[in-house]
Design a protein around this ligand. Structure first.
Ligand code: 9WO
Length: 244
């Protein structure tokens, strides 16, 4: 899988992908990440990527020509690249979106700046507009990093054996359970006994229960939007009885 990132600040990306799972995936040739300077696709003396908005108003808008040229140059060797614009107006990016992207060969990420991009880019160049959350940032660069990170972890082989993708599908849609490590008692704060006794069936049950309880309390929307197995349905009913 190959990512192409289009930005006016390519330097921002210099180190973010040089660590951890993403770095390993790049080194293993599971993923390639190309960062492109949008200004390389301008032809004027000032390498101008923005202009004043028609109709007036504050700030500047990203011009269509450099963005069209960049995407056309980058995708000219392939018919099926997904062209994604990161923007607060996009559909919410979620684990499911990451899964969808992980199955693709080519993803082009366009990072907006200023007040936004010319609408013709949105309508005729981009085929997916996504938001990583309901807040305004100063540009799409950090959201692009988020997308690359979330998608790369899902590419087969990107996770080590013990960081299993199984956890992903098993606990999928729920918040994570609590974690403990040594010491078993820290400043009088104890690790739950069940995690220390080596009974793995018990431990799994406790973890699933905790995940459901935490999700129910903090993000009930996740449970309502999710299909549950019969086993999980029983767990959920029991958790509800215990925590209300
Ligand atoms: C600003 C704004 C102010 C009031 C009401 C709506 C508004 N939308 C915007 C806006 O889209 N500003 C963008 C800021 C313009 C392009 C650069 N910026 C930005 C934020 N790019 N990307 C994000 C972002 C946020 C969350 N997920 C993906 C992208």
């Amino acid at each position: 899988m190959r990512f192409d990132i289009i930005t006016i600040f390519p330097q921002i990306f210099k180190e973010v992908f040089d660590f951890g799972i993403v770095r390993r995936a790049v080194e293993a040739n599971l993923v390639r990440i190309h960062v492109h300077d949008l200004r390389d696709y301008t032809y004027d003396r000032h390498r101008q990527v923005d202009d004043r908005p028609f109709g007036g108003g504050a700030g500047m808008v990203m011009k269509p020509e450099p963005l069209f040229r960049a995407v056309e140059a980058i995708t000219n060797d392939t018919a099926d690249a997904k062209v994604v614009l990161l923007s607060p107006q996009g559909r919410p990016f979620a684990q499911e979106t990451a899964r969808e992207y992980a199955a693709l060969d080519r993803v082009v990420l366009i990072c907006g700046r200023y007040e936004g991009v010319d609408e013709r880019v949105v309508e005729d160049l981009v085929n997916d507009e996504v938001s990583i959350g309901d807040y305004v940032l100063s540009g799409g660069e950090i959201p692009a990093m988020v997308v690359v990170d979330a998608v790369t972890r899902l590419i087969p082989g990107a996770l080590g054996c013990e960081q299993s993708a199984e956890r992903e599908s098993f606990v999928g849609g729920l918040l994570d359970h609590p974690h403990y490590t040594r010491p078993a008692e820290f400043r009088g704060l104890k690790t739950p006994e069940v995690l220390l006794n080596g009974n793995h069936a018990e431990i799994e049950k406790w973890r699933r229960r905790k995940a459901i309880e935490k999700t129910l309390r903090r993000r009930p929307d996740l449970i309502l939007n999710r299909e549950l197995s019969d086993e999980e349905r029983r767990e959920l009913d029991e958790a509800k009885r215990n925590c209300s």
